[in-house]
Ligand binder design. Sequence first.
Ligand SMILES: [Cu+2]
Length: 147
Amino acid sequence: MGGVVATAWTYNGSVPGPMIRVTEGDKVRVVLKNELPEPTTIHWHGVTVPNSMDGVPGMTQEAVKPGESFTYEFTAQPAGTYWYHPHANSDQQIGIGLYAPLLIEPKAEAASVADVDVTMMLGEWARRRRRPMRRCLWPAWSRTTSR
Ligand SMILES: [Cu+2]
């Protein structure tokens, strides 16, 4: 963005957050330690998880307050390309950086193996008059596999 500095909220210090790449059937355990100034959760977008692990505050769990932690545990299924993000104050929290890819590889080996396997996660940032801030847009993601 040509020298523009923006404040971001991150998972483990990066935007997008770290990719979680597992194999179908793996047990996934993620500890969310909330260091934000407001409550948050993690929603595993598209992944089949127990209701209590779905990360919807006020419905499937209480939001994780600043300074508190919550451990998410689920079995990785079904295979596919997903993403994870907060489900609390989503427009702002996702909008300023809290999103990341989650890949669940099929358990059975694929009939053909790709030479190149790239995951891209795109976000759009906009400058506001008073302060630089990420516009509240949903990130677009895509995964490209080619031989
Ligand atoms: Cu979602």
